[in-house]
Design a protein around this ligand. Structure first.
Ligand SMILES: NC(=O)c1ccc[n+]([C@@H]2O[C@H](COP(=O)([O-])OP(=O)(O)OC[C@H]3O[C@@H](n4cnc5c(N)ncnc54)[C@H](OP(=O)(O)O)[C@@H]3O)[C@@H](O)[C@H]2O)c1
Length: 258
């Protein structure tokens, strides 16, 4: 039977490119995000190019009810989700005390709570069928403390830790779990994060298609952690040996709004 892959945050950037990767495998897709027009446009392109079934599901993952609604809508539509791609996410530049608290709680809701809830809802079916998997989109930020973007970095540390732990727990179950940890990537991320004039905004960025393709390949190969790009691999190695105090200062400057 044909595999079905549900991708959150498929309306732009890395999620859109991940959807293209799974479509090239001839998997059927469920595309989730808030921007229905962007999802419909991608769905039409992928149906035309790959002769696959593509469902569009508009959802705002900042609403606590959304994960369950997505799960129930898939069930009502008779859709068996074999692979869950938890990609939707965002961050905001600024000091913790200067950013509105409700927006920061939304980052946790989208990047962490919805990711955990979707995993908790779809995983039992995968385990019963002894196949499928979960691809989470983390970040190199998950390896670091992130002054001036503290909540975002902390959410990605959660995604990193959660995915690695789950991979170990599910060993031998037939269900694959993987975390893709991109560094700076050409998407709408910096604009959403309002990182104008930060060093982050000016950093050299990898194309989203290249990042997605690396994550997709690693997931298919059953590799738990994938850091795409030589510079990002080097950065993660450096983080492991440099004193945390130096890292904190450097990242604080990198994220600081000028
Ligand atoms: N770009 C980078 O430098 C970078 C680096 C490391 C990790 N990442 C991670 O990569 C993932 C994808 O981000 P991106 O870089 O591709 O940025 P992007 O182009 O801004 O895409 C973000 C996606 O998440 C969706 N999304 C955001 N808030 C949502 C909400 N409340 N409900 C439902 N969907 C929501 C957006 O869709 P709608 O707006 O249509 O809802 C969009 O499809 C994120 O988890 C991000 O943390 C990015």
């Amino acid at each position: 039977m044909k595999e079905t892959v549900l991708v959150t945050g498929a309306s732009s950037g890395i999620g859109l490119e991940l959807a293209r990767c799974f479509a090239a495998d001839k998997s059927n897709l469920v595309l989730v995000a808030r921007n229905t027009a962007a999802l419909e446009k991608l769905a039409a392109e992928l149906r035309r190019e790959h002769q696959i079934e593509v469902h569009v599901l508009t959802a705002d993952l900042a609403r606590p009810e959304s994960a369950r609604e997505i799960f129930e809508q898939a069930g009502r539509g008779g859709i068996t989700v074999d692979v869950l791609v938890n990609n939707a996410g965002f961050g905001l530049h600024g000091a913790f005390t200067e950013l509105p608290l409700p927006r920061q709680l939304e980052i946790i809701q989208v990047n962490v709570t919805a990711l955990v809830e979707l995993t908790g809802l779809f995983l039992p079916g995968m385990l019963r069928r002894k196949r499928g998997g979960i691809l989470n989109v983390g970040s190199v930020a998950g390896f670091l403390p992130g002054p001036n973007m503290a909540i975002y970095y902390a959410t990605k540390a959660f995604v990193q830790s959660f995915t690695e732990a789950l991979d170990e727990e599910l060993r031998g179950s037939g269900v694959a779990v993987s975390v893709l940890c991109p560094g700076p990537t050409e998407t709408n991320f910096s604009q959403t994060a309002r990182g104008y004039h930060t060093r982050e905004m000016k950093a050299a960025k990898m194309p989203a298609a290249e990042v997605a393709s690396a994550g997709h390949r690693a997931f298919r190969a059953g590799r738990c952690v994938n850091v795409p790009g030589a510079k990002n691999i080097l950065l993660v190695q450096l983080i492991k040996i440099l004193p945390r105090s130096i890292i904190r200062k450097a990242i604080g400057r990198y994220n600081k709004l000028k």
